[in-house]
Design a protein around this ligand. Structure first.
Ligand SMILES: Cc1cc2nc3c(=O)[nH]c(=O)nc-3n(C[C@H](O)[C@H](O)[C@H](O)COP(=O)(O)OP(=O)(O)OC[C@H]3O[C@@H](n4cnc5c(N)ncnc54)[C@H](O)[C@@H]3O)c2cc1C
Length: 550
């Protein structure tokens, strides 16, 4: 008798095959289609190569970088202050890969048609493998337009910001091959209300743009504090101004930039977020004195766009996992993806994911065509609309996707808990939900032509009576200015879904557009999985199921 036979309690069955190593670009039909639609088709080979990396080694690195959180070292063993944050090698691998593939630099170094869209596609793939590195990557990318407002500082820093070399050494920028940039605005007494900042800037010599100042004050949130320099805000006698504050002074000594501690965060674990103090830290003024907010907004507009990319990416990865799981997992002898109620859930998640991607890449197209007045006004509005709506939709959508995996979706062996933890941060930072909705109202009231640009984009409903009626109601809702702040969330949500409906209709996939309009513009249910009867759920699910999409 074989005694070992008794040690085997069971055979493992009905578990799904691993998705490890899948090329995240090849399995993503919506991404391929929307990339081509908005002039990014020339970058397909790059996205294909990055899709293989993101689904393979970077995905594995993502787990490691989150299991091994960054550690703050205030002093060395001799008691000298060092203010270092140590990261796991997997974090550096993720950063290196993104920088070498141009995620923070591509549209600036190769600004051809579709460059923003192609870069958004790369970032979308990267963020599916690991989202925490997105923070320093987006800040580095987004710092460029703000820095360009100060030509002398830009001439020194931009070549290293745009270099496709990752150099994590804690050295003066002159000694490094590439640098990363952070942003520090939020103080204890006010994040939204940056005018409440108390940090002061004192000129070292003559005052004014491009000149050196010393800053005294604190920042309550300063993410990625190992960046080489930070765009930051401080008051001079002429008002709140923007500065570039490096970690090292030009003479090679450490700047008076002190990390107090790291934040213990809900998610976003691979990324360090800190509290810092400036005790006479050297910095150069960027842009006009007293115009710090408009200057740094040049950066914030792009980090908000990246929040759209980031949340769309989290949703896509959650959908991929859910669709893959349900394609194999059987309950009652039948795979879940063939069971009507699960089909309703998966199809609804797929719609949400594709609509988020469509709006995000449409926004990328607007950035690519910023020289066109209509596109520029569209981008002004849709930055706030898209940041609000896509980031708000992500947590609930990811929660539903995790539930498709049953108990496994709640366990850290899968990526779902990490995606879920990560999602709310995109809604909070770079201006929280209400702030985006108020920004929509600001854009409409302060910037002539923005409302016209919106309705020009929406058109007349593109032959769909439901969308036409919805647009008509939206026009009436904007014409009525009573209680408009109170209604700002509803208005912003309606603009978002109307735009998404229009983009999907225009793209020509009738199944996707019809299901979206039927569920989002009508009296649909309040949770996912409530699509109207008659929706072609099989087609929607197949479009997002990895082994069917390949
Ligand atoms: C993980 C993480 C990392 C971060 N990293 C950075 C960083 O690197 N650099 C940086 O500068 N900041 C950073 N932040 C800070 C972030 O940008 C702020 O927390 C955010 O802007 C909100 O500011 P606050 O926390 O002061 O909240 P408050 O400004 O006090 O806002 C609280 C709430 O009030 C709402 N609200 C504000 N004004 C109104 C109004 N008029 N009407 C109705 N509602 C309103 C807001 O939407 C929000 O929900 C980070 C935050 C997090 C969570």
């Amino acid at each position: 008798m074989n005694v070992h036979a008794y040690a085997e309690t069971h055979e493992v069955t009905n578990q799904v095959p691993p998705l490890d190593g899948a090329n995240l670009y090849r399995i993503d039909l919506p991404l391929q289609e929307w990339l081509r639609r908005y002039d990014g088709g020339w970058a397909e080979q790059r996205l294909d190569a990055y899709g293989a990396l993101a689904g393979g080694p970077l995905m594995a690195a993502g787990f490691l970088a989150n299991e091994n959180k960054p550690v703050f070292k205030s002093h060395d063993r001799y008691g000298n202050r060092i203010d270092l944050v140590e990261f796991h090698p997997a974090y550096h691998e993720l950063m290196r890969s993104a920088i070498e593939h141009g995620i923070p630099s591509m549209p600036w170094t190769d600004p051809r048609a579709g460059a923003q869209v192609a870069r958004a596609g790369l970032s979308y793939l990267h963020s599916q493998a690991e989202a925490g590195t997105g923070c320093p990557l987006t800040m580095t990318f987004a710092s460029v337009p703000a820095l360009k407002l100060q030509a002398d500082v830009a001439a020194k820093w931009l070549p290293k910001i745009l270099a496709t070399t990752y150099d994590p050494r804690n050295l003066p920028m002159e000694q490094k091959a590439g640098v990363t940039i952070g942003m520090a605005m939020t103080e204890k007494q006010g994040g939204t209300d940056v005018r409440a900042n108390t940090t002061r800037a004192y000129p070292v010599g003559i005052p004014g743009p491009g000149q050196a100042y010393e800053l005294v004050g604190h920042k309550w949130f300063c993410s990625a504090p190992m960046c080489d320099a930070f765009l930051t805000l401080a008051y001079t006698d002429k008002g709140l101004s923007c500065f570039l504050l490096p970690r090292h002074r030009p003479d090679g000594t450490r700047n008076q930039f002190y990390v107090q501690r790291l934040k213990n965060k809900l998610g976003n674990w691979s990324n360090a977020s800190s509290e810092v103090e400036y005790r006479g830290a050297l910095a150069w003024m960027i842009g006009e004195e007293g115009r710090g907010v408009p200057t740094i907004i040049e950066m914030v507009a792009l980090t908000r766009f990246d929040c759209m990319i980031g949340s769309s990416a989290l949703m896509r990865q959650a959908l991929t996992q859910a669709a893959h799981h349900c394609a194999y997992r059987q309950v009652g002898g039948r795979v879940l993806a063939e069971q009507p109620l699960m089909q309703n859930v998966l199809a609804d998640l797929a719609l949400e994911s594709e609509a988020a991607l469509a709006l995000t890449l449409r926004m990328g197209r607007a950035l690519d065509q910023a020289h066109n007045e209509q596109e520029d006004k569209f981008a002004r509005l849709v930055t706030a609309v898209g940041k609000y709506w896509i980031c708000k939709r992500a947590p609930a959508m990811i929660n539903e996707a995790a539930e498709c995996l049953g108990g496994a979706g709640y366990v850290e062996d899968t990526i779902l808990p990490r995606l879920y933890r990560e999602a709310p941060v995109n809604s909070t930072w770079e201006g929280s939900g209400n702030v985006q909705c108020l920004d929509v109202l600001r854009a409409l009231s302060k910037e002539p032509g923005v409302l016209d640009a919106l309705f020009a984009e929406l058109g007349d409903g593109h032959g769909d009576a439901r969308l036409a009626a919805f647009i008509g109601n939206l026009k009436a809702a904007f014409a009525d200015t009573a209680d408009i702040q109170f209604r700002a969330r509803q208005l912003t949500e309606d603009v978002a879904v109307a735009l998404q409906a229009k983009l999907l209709l225009e793209a020509g996939n009738a199944t996707v557009a019809d299901a979206f309009i039927g569920s989002r513009l009508g009296g649909g249910g309040r949770v996912y999985g409530t699509l109207p009867r008659g929706t072609d759920v099989e087609a929607l699910v197949a479009r997002s199921t990895p082994h069917l999409a390949r």
